[in-house]
Ligand binder design. Structure first.
Ligand code: ADP
Ligand code: MG
Length: 698
């Protein structure tokens, strides 16, 4: 057994009860787990602050002084201990809410202490809540400049296993393992990038001598973390290219050319042309294409998909398009049949509500090869759906489908068909490189000409009247309006009440017979929903009151106003998706964000970002910063983003670097067989084993 696999119980200073705590609270089971439990911050012990120099927003700092008085305030739950702490320049308050009796008995008045903590200001007085305290002499005895701060939990703190105690444990651990930590990077990389050894990096990250050695140690460990991930993703891609034989779509023939020259109602944007070329150069190779097409809402992805599908038809393959909802599938079917109206092609629709009788006919036509293009929902995945010769699959809004579902489509022909997945949820490049590192990514980064930017404004209840008038004006101009209410699970009942009240209020303001109002929400029967949606799409109703069920894809070019109620409760990417429902026709469109008066700082940032920009990529960058990558769409289930030390947002330079080095490495030695890469090969094997389930992320 490798020493890093030793149970944490064996470490000196860890008794059975501490071992239990470490396992339960921090999931530290082994020496290796502790080694990878990195400090998330360091306290600069090299300088002392004076109380007069304190400011509102400071990091953790240290101050020298004495306690001159204790005071207890409040009772029961609000009970707290306050120590008045004085230095030569002023007084601040140290505050404890827990362990009051113990703290009071262990601290003395008029003794020289060093206090660590994050100061905050309240009523003009600075205080530090639950500070760390050292006796002055003790502190001078050790000349540590940067004290590590480890993630700990409330319970651990209460049980005395706080950051400092964990620091002591890593101090015991490090000397035990230094002779057993293998280098994982090649000597070539280490010298090229001028990195410290692995052992030194671990030592310096846990207990840095100074800021310089800390920074370089972090850099090395972050690089390593990104590097192995990138090697892994690139290797998956190489294997796919080697193993999965695909269909050569060599010809651009009559179908494509006729459509392109005669029936295409407008010129493609440059971005559409570029992406089409990328797809074309993929599918003409005997290797399966696995491409992600990103493009903001309304950027014209459907048309690119259609043209790609025609390439398959030209080469006598069938092709299909799968959408996440019935409404979307129907819309795709409708617009595609319109596009192809004058072409001699067989296009069919298959969804959950296709009647059994029709289904039977459809299945037969599909198996005999009569159908060229099949459009549908999850229904396409069923085993009964058998193609004669499926060559290319398009998946719209791919994040709505699970990995296993998508993999089913791979099996619908002898070799896997070419796959084009489309998403309107743009992901920042750093992230897509990591989540979709084994896919090729195309981007439509340009909207068709003539689109007017949606005007976005942020309002509160005091503007209700004004907004109602504005709605009347827009309806008088013949436009349609969406009003969206939030629906989140925890408070579903309340939300539902809000929605219904909102609907009633709108019906009062916009009464029959002059106005027609639709409502769509999750508690309605599917067919009632469809019916109401259809009425709105056909222009029979003026206003659609809905929950976020309308978020994805719906295309009603005549709708020019999107009103989002309690907008502060929506995530950024959701707000952007909703806004994408308007601005699809030639008219000036509007998005009105309604919020309460109390909006959190984060909520403000979201709403301000929406007002400031229409650019989905900028929005997703802000979203990533606010939420962190863990919450981004589609990343949760993949587990790709569980980094121990690297941060995909702040370390994206190192990520780019790691990607480049991984590419160079594999170009030169794709099976990691060369002697000079032996360290990498040895470290990679267990890494890949742990992640073997990833290979079909798409
Ligand atoms: P997406 O699926 O990317 O949100 P769509 O493919 O639905 O966008 O396109 C949005 C609208 O723009 C559709 O009405 C489509 O007909 C139109 N469109 C697409 N490409 C162009 C273009 N090159 N020029 C003008 N209009 C376009
Ligand atoms: Mg679309």
């Amino acid at each position: 057994m490798h020493i890093l696999e030793n149970p944490i119980d064996y470490l000196k200073g860890v008794g059975p009860s501490r071992a239990d705590l470490l396992k339960k609270e921090l999931r530290i089971f082994t020496y290796g787990d502790l080694l990878h439990h990195f400090p998330f911050r360091y306290i600069d012990r090299s300088r002392f602050y004076k109380i007069t120099d304190l400011k509102g927003d400071m990091p953790f700092i240290q101050i020298q002084g004495q306690i001159i008085k204790f005071e207890e305030k409040g009772h029961k739950k609000s009970k707290r201990l306050i120590a008045h702490f004085k230095d030569s320049t002023g007084i601040l308050e140290l505050v404890w809410f827990k362990g009051i009796r113990w703290i009071k008995s262990s601290l003395k008045l008029d003794v020289d202490y060093v206090v660590f903590g994050k100061p905050s200001e309240y009523n003009g007085v600075f205080n530090i809540v639950h500070p760390e305290i050292d006796i002055q002499d003790n502190n001078q005895g050790n000349n540590v400049n940067l004290q590590p701060v480890y993630p700990a939990t409330e319970l651990l703190n209460a049980k005395g296993l706080n950051s400092r105690a964990i620091g002591k444990l890593t101090k015991v651990l490090l000397p035990l393992i230094t002779n057993h930590l293998e280098e994982t990077l090649s000597p070539y990389l280490i010298s090229k990038l001028n990195l410290p050894s692995r052992v030194k990096s671990f030592i310096d990250v846990h207990h840095p001598k100074d800021a310089k050695s800390l920074v370089i140690a972090q850099k090395r460990l972050k690089f390593e973390e990104f590097f192995f991930l990138q090697v892994h993703l690139l290797k998956i891609k190489i294997t796919r290219i080697q193993k999965s034989k695909g269909y050569e779509l060599e010809n651009i023939g009559d179908v494509f050319n006729n459509f392109y020259k005669k029936y295409l109602p407008f010129n493609l944007t440059n971005a559409q042309k570029r992406v089409l070329k990328e797809i074309r150069s993929d599918v003409r190779n005997p290797v399966q294409m696995n491409r992600l097409l990103q493009g903001d809402v309304g950027s014209g992805k459907t048309l690119v998909a259609l043209l790609s599908m025609l390439m398959a038809v030209d080469n006598e393959y069938q092709t299909c398009l799968m959408a996440p909802t019935e409404i979307l599938a129907q819309q795709h079917f409708q617009s595609i049949t319109e596009y192809l109206f004058k072409m001699d092609l067989e296009v069919e629709l298959l969804t959950g509500s296709t009647k059994t009788k029709e289904r039977k006919v459809l299945y037969e036509k599909l198996e005999s090869g009569q159908i060229d293009l099949l459009i549908g929902t999850h229904a396409l995945l069923e085993d009964k759906v058998r193609f004669n010769n499926l060559g290319l699959v398009v998946i719209d809004e791919q994040h709505r489908f699970g990995v296993a579902q998508r993999a089913k489509l791979w099996k619908k022909n002898t070799h896997p068909p070419h796959i084009l997945v489309m998403t309107a949820t743009p992901i920042p490049r750093t992230l897509s490189m990591t989540i979709y590192g084994d896919l090729d990514v195309s981007m439509i980064d340009e909207l068709p000409p003539g689109r007017k930017e949606v005007k976005t404004i942020w309002k509160n209840d005091s503007s209700r009247l004004q907004i109602l008038n504005f709605m009347r004006e827009q309806i008088a101009l013949g436009r349609q309006i969406y009003i969206v209410f939030p629906l989140i699970e925890e408070s579903e009942k309340l939300d539902y009440k809000d929605l219904i009240e909102g609907y009633n209020a709108i019906e009062r303001e916009f009464p029959l017979p002059d106005f027609q109002v639709s409502v769509v929400h999750g508690r309605m029967k599917a067919e009632d929903k469809e019916y109401e949606m259809a009425r709105f799409i056909k222009g029979k109703t003026n206003i659609m009151v809905a929950t976020t069920v309308i978020e994805v894809g719906v295309d009603v070019p005549n709708a020019s106003v999107m009103i989002i109620e309690s907008a502060e409760r929506f995530g950024l990417s959701q707000l952007h998706q909703l806004r994408g429902r308007v601005g699809r026709g030639g008219e000036q469109s509007y998005c009105i964000l309604m919020s309460g008066d109390k909006v959190s700082n984060e909520g403000k940032t979201r709403l301000e970002t929406m007002v400031a920009t229409n650019d989905g990529f900028k929005i997703s960058e802000v979203d990533l910063k606010l939420r962190g990558p863990g919450d981004m769409m589609g990343t949760k289930q993949s587990g790709v983003l569980d980094f121990k030390i690297a941060d995909i947002v702040t370390d994206n330079k190192i990520l780019n670097f790691a990607r480049k080095e991984a590419q160079l490495l594999l170009e030169d030695d794709k099976n990691l067989e060369k002697a000079e890469n032996i360290n990498i090969a040895r470290a990679y094997r267990p890494y890949a084993r742990e992640r073997s389930g990833w290979s079909k992320i798409s």
